[in-house]
Design a protein around this ligand. Structure first.
Ligand code: NAP
Length: 256
């Protein structure tokens, strides 16, 4: 059973949960404007991974919500280290989800956009060989030429900066392709980079009832400190797990 605790308390049926997850936050501007959302799971002591992967932090309900968040995405953005750690091979949506997207004016499969400064990615990885649509790779002009050439066979490689990633340019490149609903699935360095650039509009966070300890990092990491305020938009609860959604506070903008 899943309950909505905020803004208006209610117990949600399966259909109501789907509608809830498909609905955009009220503060989202009309279609045609970019909207950058992130999704993460963390333990109550702040760990974003267990032994280098996030799977152990979630459960079946978290996985269901994680997949529902993909339904409305026009593009899925993922950091290269998460691709190396988690794989991401093959279709990222079930046949039912693909059908739902087609019925709602979306392509069956959102393209995957990978962010990599070094291009240290094997073109033989399943994320490329089993991709239902050609992935995009955002990288630096300084990335090794041979890797870029090899990856150009399996993906569209796009430069967004000389020696530092320009996240504003990434968003611009995506919106230029008509991809305005930009959903990012991590990891922490990607969130830290987007937060520093002032490009995080929405953050869904599953708070998992676990104490993990160890040296696991938090959900955002960046070289410098960058304080961004967000506003609570929704709280769902299933047993001891909380599903929080925050949106950008109107007050802050621009790069740190
Ligand atoms: N808890 C969760 O919900 C969740 C979600 C996703 C991932 N994770 C976990 O997080 C871990 C991976 O996270 P991560 O933070 O190490 O990596 P990440 O954010 O997935 O990817 C980082 C990589 O992206 C590229 N990148 C990102 N920002 C960059 C920048 N500003 N400049 C240059 N390159 C940049 C670099 O690629 P190159 O190295 O190719 O240059 C960098 O190594 C894994 O353990 C994964 O399981 C957890």
């Amino acid at each position: 059973m899943i309950e909505r605790l905020f803004p208006s308390p209610a117990t949600l049926s399966g259909t109501e949960l789907e509608a809830e997850m498909h609905a955009a936050p009220l503060s989202r501007p009309p279609d045609g404007k970019p909207w950058v959302s992130f999704n993460f799971v963390a333990s109550i002591d702040g760990a974003a991974s267990v032994d280098g992967r996030s799977g152990e932090l979630g459960n079946a309900m978290d996985q269901r919500l994680f997949l529902l968040l993909r339904h409305t995405a026009q593009v899925l953005v993922v950091g290269a280290q998460t691709i190396r750690a988690e794989g991401y091979g093959g279709p990222l949506l079930s046949p039912e989800a693909q059908q739902w997207r087609l019925e709602h004016g979306l392509s069956a499969h959102p393209p995957l956009a990978i962010v990599s400064g070094s291009l240290d990615l094997d073109p033989g990885m399943e994320v490329f060989t089993r991709a239902p649509v050609q992935p995009l790779i955002f990288t630096l002009a300084s990335a090794p030429r041979d890797r870029r050439q090899a990856l150009s066979e399996v993906a569209e490689v796009i430069e967004i900066g000389q020696s530092q990633l320009d996240i504003g340019q990434l968003v611009h490149q995506l919106t230029g392709r008509g991809l305005n609903s930009i959903h990012c699935e991590g990891g922490p360095r990607l969130l830290g980079t987007f937060a520093e650039a002032g490009e995080v509009d929405e953050l869904s966070l599953t708070l998992s009832p676990l104490l993990v300890g160890g040296q696991a990092g938090r959900i955002a990491s960046s070289a410098g400190t960058c304080v961004r305020s967000m506003v609570l938009d929704r709280v769902l609860k299933a047993e001891s797990m909380l599903f929080l959604r925050y949106v950008r506070s109107q007050r802050q903008d621009g790069a740190c």
